[in-house]
Each structure stands twice: as structure tokens, then as C-alpha cells.
Design a binder for this molecule. Structure first.
Ligand code: UT7
Length: 314
């Protein structure tokens, strides 16, 4: 395949230090492990501990991705962080990461597209590599959902976790890299899922049922579009990494697609919904199994509403 550019050469993740099992909610909220597992598939999630925030997690994941790639931070040209939970309105998380990993001086910016953020940012990073503006991009998805979720609201508190995933993308030789991207948004559906700034009193609200039904439609639509317009068959796909919002969403979406369930990456049971981090935190578990020539599809969806997907050739 000619023309593929942004190749993943290193992956890393970081999770909040505090592991919270479903039983941890039982006393404070009127909920139980059985409901959470049956309705969401989540068994535990990680919350930040004192001293941790979106930028520290992002920097930790970035250092691991660089180490995995065998590169020093000086090798990076641009830091791009997908997040909706920067600890402050300014500076951006990407700027703080640049300082923390010893890469101050290079371009750094955040991109906000909620749970679709990683897939959005991957398309931007790929474009920067294609245009020649950068040779290596540190691409991060990071969110500290505990900063915008009401821990007294059982309908949302149990769903989300804190984490960051990072990848090092480099201009490859044309064999392996991103092939195609889909981006979409509909601000008319904004009332279905929204939250105030981190730390404000306006906590996350979602119309779970409506978002659920929409997500089950949008995942297969994006996957089928990417396959059809790039002439890729389901057999050529090794992994699909959907945004990790709910295992029932993923299962229902899979039933609509001609793709065996074992190709679908699911880690909600361990991490919950980490928003923009949920796709890139999946890479460390599968990267070592990548089969050259096959494809990986990453598909995000979330507040905005936003949706985005990427077709990647291994
Ligand atoms: O990442 C961004 C995108 N977000 C999503 O994709 C989320 C999509 N939505 C969902 O995943 C699901 O809608 C939820 C997991 C949020 C909720 O599951 P559901 O099966 O749609 O439940 P529901 O909202 O229809 O609520 C069913 C019942 C309600 O009680 P009543 O009104 O039937 O008496 C809720 O009050 O479950 C109750 N409930 C709970 N019960 C025990 C809601 N949360 C809990 C809880 N424990 N934690």
C-alpha cells in the first residue's frame, strides 16, 4: 500500500493510582456489583490519587511510549493531546507534558472532542506527518473523569475512570500507517451529554439510553464506511478498538457487523470509561501481537456529539 504515513512505533499508558472496585461504591451509592457488571461490563476503574492529574498521567504514558519506541524526547517534533479535562483552562496539557518529559520548545497543543478525541487527534497527527510539518508526533489521549463526574450520582459515577494512553507516530516507509479517517460531529445533540469545566459545580450529565442507541448505530456505520471505501475485507482486520463506554454497546454494535467478536478489543472491565484515553490505553495489550499487512480500526464516539474512526495498516 502506498501513501500510508503515520506509523505507530511506541505505545504506553498510565492509570490513576487508586483502584476502585464496584464494591467501593456500594456503601456511598445505592448500587451493587451485579448491576454494574451486568449493565456495563465494568469491574474496576482507576482514580487519580493526590498529586496526580491529567498532565501527570499524560506525561507518564508519554515517557513509557518513548521508552517503548527506544527514543528520547528530543526525537519528537510535536505533542498533541486529546483531552477534555485539562486541570486548568490554560496552559494546555500538551504544554505541561512537553515540560515534564524534557521536550520544551517543540509545538504542543490540546484537542477537545470528548471520547472521540483520540481518533480526531490521530487524524490531525497523521496530517501533520503527511504535510511534512512534523517527522514524529507524540499523540496522547488523556482524561481525568473524576474531575467532572459527580461521585454522588450513581448513574455516572460508576462508569468512568482516569487514565492516559500515548503513542509515538513517525513518518514511516509507506508500508505501515494510517490509511484513512472519518470525522463527524453534531452539536444539535449536545444536550445528550455534557459537563462543566473540571472542578466546577456543573457535573457530567448524560441521557444514557439515547447515547447508547446512537452509539450502537454509529460504530458499525463508521467501520463499514472505512472498509468499503478502502476496499478492505473484514478478514483483513486484526483488531477493532471501539471507545470503551459499555460492553453492551460494543456487543450490540458487533452483532450488526460482519466481524468476529474475538477481533474486538474490550478492557472496560479493568479501566471503565476513560474518555479520550480509552482507545490508546488499549494498545499496550495488543501491539506485540500486531500482524504486518493486517488492519486495526479505532472508533471513538462521545459528547458533542462527536464521532471519529481511523483505519490503520499494521
Ligand atoms: O463515553 C461517552 C458515551 N457514553 C455512553 O456511551 C454511555 C451510553 N449509555 C450507557 O452505557 C447506559 O445507558 C448506562 C450504563 C449509562 C445506563 O444503563 P441503562 O441500562 O441504559 O440504564 P437506565 O439509565 O435505563 O436505568 C435503568 C435503571 C434506572 O432505574 P429505574 O428508573 O428503571 O427505576 C436507574 O435509576 O437503573 C438505575 N440505575 C442504577 N441502578 C443501580 C442507574 N445507575 C444505576 C446504578 N446502580 N449504578
Amino acid at each position: 500500500m502506498n501513501g500510508v504515513v503515520g506509523k505507530i512505533v511506541g505505545v504506553g499508558r498510565a492509570l490513576g493510582e487508586r483502584v476502585v472496585t464496584n464494591d467501593g461504591f456500594q456503601n456511598a451509592l445505592n448500587t451493587d456489583n451485579a448491576w454494574i457488571v451486568e449493565r456495563t461490563g465494568i469491574k474496576e476503574r482507576h482514580f487519580v490519587a493526590d498529586g496526580e492529574n491529567c498532565a501527570t498521567l499524560a506525561a507518564d504514558a508519554s515517557n513509557k511510549a518513548l521508552e517503548h519506541a527506544g527514543l528520547k524526547s528530543e526525537a519528537i517534533d510535536l505533542i498533541l493531546c486529546a483531552t477534555s479535562t485539562a486541570p486548568e483552562s490554560m496552559p494546555s496539557v500538551a504544554c505541561l507534558v512537553g515540560d515534564m518529559i524534557g521536550a520544551a520548545g517543540i509545538g504542543a497543543m490540546d484537542l477537545a472532542a470528548a471520547c472521540a478525541g483520540y481518533s480526531y487527534a490521530a487524524s490531525v497527527a497523521d496530517s501533520m506527518l503527511r504535510s511534512g510539518a512534523a517527522r514524529r508526533v507524540l499523540l496522547i489521549g488523556a482524561d481525568v473523569m473524576t474531575s467532572i463526574v459527580d461521585q454522588k450520582d450513581r448513574s455516572t459515577a460508576v462508569l468512568f475512570g482516569d487514565g492516559a494512553g500515548a503513542v509515538v507516530l513517525e513518518r514511516g516507509s509507506g508500508e505501515s500507517g494510517f490509511v484513512d479517517h472519518i470525522l463527524g460531529a453534531d452539536g444539535g445533540m449536545a444536550p445528550l451529554l455534557r459537563a462543566g469545566h473540571p472542578g466546577s459545580d456543573e457535573k457530567l450529565y448524560q441521557n444514557g439510553r439515547e447515547v447508547f442507541k446512537w452509539a450502537v448505530r454509529i460504530i458499525p456505520q463508521m467501520v463499514e464506511k472505512l472498509l468499503a471505501r478502502n476496499d478492505v475485507s473484514p478478514e483483513q482486520v486484526q483488531y477493532i478498538i471501539p471507545h470503551q463506554a459499555n460492553t453492551r454497546i460494543i456487543q450490540a454494535a458487533v452483532r450488526k457487523m460482519d466481524i468476529p467478536e474475538e477481533k474486538i478489543v474490550v478492557n472496560l472491565d479493568r479501566f471503565g470509561n476513560t474518555s479520550a484515553a480509552s482507545i490508546p490505553i488499549s494498545y499496550p495489550d495488543i501491539y506485540g501481537h500486531f500482524e504486518p499487512g493486517k488492519y486495526v480500526i479505532t472508533a471513538g464516539f462521545g459528547a458533542g456529539l462527536t464521532w471519529a474512526a481511523n483505519l490503520y495498516r499494521i
